[in-house]
Design a protein around this ligand. Structure first.
Ligand code: GUN
Ligand code: ZN
Length: 425
C-alpha cells in the first residue's frame, strides 16, 4: 500500500447540476493494488497507517487523470497546420498523412509518438479515433498497452469521398472491425469503438455495417463527427436528405454508448434527439477555433440535457493538453457573451476528468474517491515555469486550479499514474 500526500482537487459530481469542487490542501489517499481505499487529511490517514510508505506529491496539485474523449492517433505529426477550413485541411493535411499509416512500420512509430504525447500531457484515458488500416489500429492498441493507458479505439471506415487508398467496402469493414474487436475489446484496459469517419464519407450500407458491428460487440462504443462545418453539413443534407444527427440515428447508432465530436451547428430538434438517446457530444474548442468551425453552443446543449465532454481533436486541435483545451473552452464561452456558459475551474476540471469518464462509461476513474482506481496527474510547476509565481499566489484552492488551467503546460506535468502505477514522470 502507498499513502499519497498532496493538494488534492476533483469533481465527483456534475457542477452543471450543482456539484462542487472537492479539495484537500494537505490530503491523503491510501492506494492498495491500484485502488483508492481511504481518503482524508494526510495527518489523519498517517496516524491510522503509520507504517505505509508515503508518496510525497506536495508542491502543485494532484488531479484525476485527464480523459480525452476525441483525439486522432494518425494526426500527431500534423498538429499546427494552421489556417484552413475543415474540408481543405482534411484533403491537404490530414488524409495524406493518414494514408502513410498503410505502412505498418511507420504506424508503429506514430503510435509510440501518440501514446507518449497523451501520457506526458496527463491523459490517462482516451477515446481515440483510430486509423483506416487494421495493422495500424493494432499498433495503437499495442502502444497503449505498453504504456498502460485506458484506450478505446477502432478501425476508421469510409467508402466514399476520401482518397481511394482510405476506402474499404462495407463487408470488408465489418469483417476487419470484428477481427480487431475480437482481439482487443476487453483486453486489459483496451476497448473497441466502431468508427465511421463521418457520415459524409459513408454510404448507408457502410453505416448499416457499423450497426452490425456494434450489435456484435457488447460494451463497444460508437464514435464519429457531427455538425462541424457548414459546408460539410450542407453536403450531408444533400446526400442523406436529413440532418446530420439523423444520418447516424436512422441506423440506431445514437445511444448512451455514442460520442459525437463537435456539434457546433446543431438545431434544437437534433439536440433533443441526442438528449433522448443519452449520447455525448465531445466539445473540441481548439479545433473548432483553429479550423474556424465555429463557437460551440454549450448552453443550448446543457439546457436540452445533452451530455458534454471535452476532446483535444489532435491534429485539428492544437495540443494533447486537456488543460489547454479547458482554457480554450473557457475562452469560447466568454466570447459568446450572454449566450455562453461561464466556465470556472470547477466546470473545467469536471469536463477534463469526470465528464469524460462518464462519457466513456469508465465508472472506475474520473475522480479520486474511495473505490476508484488511482489514475492521477501531478501538476507541479517546472523550474522557471510561468505557472510557478501565479500558483504560489493563488487566492483559494479553486483559484489554484484555475491558474493550473490557465498556465500549466505538459512541462509542468511532474507525474502520471494509472491503476497506481507511474506511467510518466
Ligand atoms: N471530420 C472527418 N474527419 C475529421 C478529422 O480528422 N478531423 C476533424 N476535426 N473533423 C473531421
Ligand atoms: Zn476529429
Amino acid at each position: 500500500m502507498t499513502l499519497v500526500r498532496g493538494f488534492l482537487a476533483d469533481t465527483p459530481s456534475d457542477p452543471f447540476r450543482g456539484g462542487v469542487m472537492r479539495t484537500e490542501s494537505d490530503g491523503g489517499l491510501l492506494v492498495r493494488d491500484g485502488i483508492i481505499t481511504a481518503r482524508g487529511g494526510f495527518a489523519v490517514l498517517q496516524q491510522e497507517w503509520p507504517q505505509e510508505p508515503v508518496l510525497d506529491l506536495r508542491g502543485g496539485v494532484v488531479l484525476p487523470g485527464f480523459v480525452d474523449t476525441h483525439v486522432h492517433f494518425p494526426q500527431v505529426r500534423i498538429v499546427g497546420s494552421l489556417g484552413m477550413p475543415l474540408l481543405d485541411w482534411l484533403q491537404q493535411r490530414a488524409l495524406p498523412e493518414e494514408a502513410r499509416l498503410a505502412d505498418a512500420a511507420y504506424a508503429n512509430v506514430v503510435a509510440t509518438e501518440f501514446v507518449t504525447g497523451l501520457a506526458r500531457a496527463g491523459t490517462t484515458s482516451a477515446l481515440v479515433f483510430g486509423a483506416h488500416f487494421p495493422d495500424a489500429v493494432s499498433a495503437l492498441f499495442e502502444a497503449a498497452e505498453r504504456v498502460g493507458l485506458r484506450v478505446t479505439s477502432g478501425l476508421v471506415v469510409s467508402d466514399l469521398v476520401l482518397r481511394d487508398d482510405l476506402l474499404i467496402t462495407p463487408e470488408l469493414a465489418r469483417q476487419e472491425s470484428l477481427t480487431l474487436a475480437r482481439r482487443w475489446h476487453g483486453h486489459g484496459r483496451l476497448r473497441y469503438a466502431v468508427t465511421p469517419r463521418f457520415s459524409l464519407s459513408c454510404t448507408d450500407a457502410m453505416l448499416a455495417s457499423c450497426a452490425d458491428v456494434l450489435d456484435a460487440v457488447p460494451g463497444a462504443l460508437f464514435t464519429s463527427h457531427v455538425n462541424e462545418n457548414p459546408v460539410e453539413i450542407a453536403q450531408v443534407r444533400t446526400r442523406f436528405g436529413t440532418g446530420y444527427v439523423d444520418s447516424y440515428d436512422r441506423h440506431r447508432l445514437v445511444g448512451r454508448h455514442t460520442v459525437l465530436a463537435h456539434n457546433v451547428h446543431a438545431d434544437d430538434a437534433e439536440l433533443r434527439v441526442l438528449a433522448e438517446r443519452g449520447a455525448v457530444v465531445a466539445h473540441c474548442p481548439s479545433s473548432n477555433s483553429g479550423l474556424g468551425s465555429g463557437l460551440f453552443p454549450m448552453r443550448r446543449h446543457l439546457e436540452q440535457g445533452v451530455r458534454v465532454s471535452l476532446g483535444t481533436d489532435v491534429g485539428g486541435g492544437t495540443s494533447f493538453s486537456m488543460l489547454r483545451e479547458g482554457l480554450q473552452a473557457f475562452f469560447v464561452q466568454q466570447l459568446l457573451g450572454p449566450a455562453g456558459v461561464p466556465l470556472g475551474a470547477t466546470e473545467l476540471l469536471w469536463l477534463a476528468t469526470a465528464a469524460g469518464a462518464d462519457a466513456l462509461g469508465l465508472a472506475e476513474v474520473g475522480h479520486l474517491s474511495v473505490g476508484r482506481r488511482f489514475d492521477a496527474v501531478w501538476v507541479r510547476p517546472a523550474p522557471s515555469s510561468p505557472l510557478e509565481v501565479p500558483l504560489r499566489h493563488a487566492e483559494s484552492e479553486t483559484d489554484a486550479v484555475a491558474r493550473v488551467f490557465t498556465l500549466a503546460s505538459p512541462m509542468d506535468v511532474a507525474g502520471v499514474w494509472i491503476d497506481g502505477d507511474r506511467v510518466h514522470g
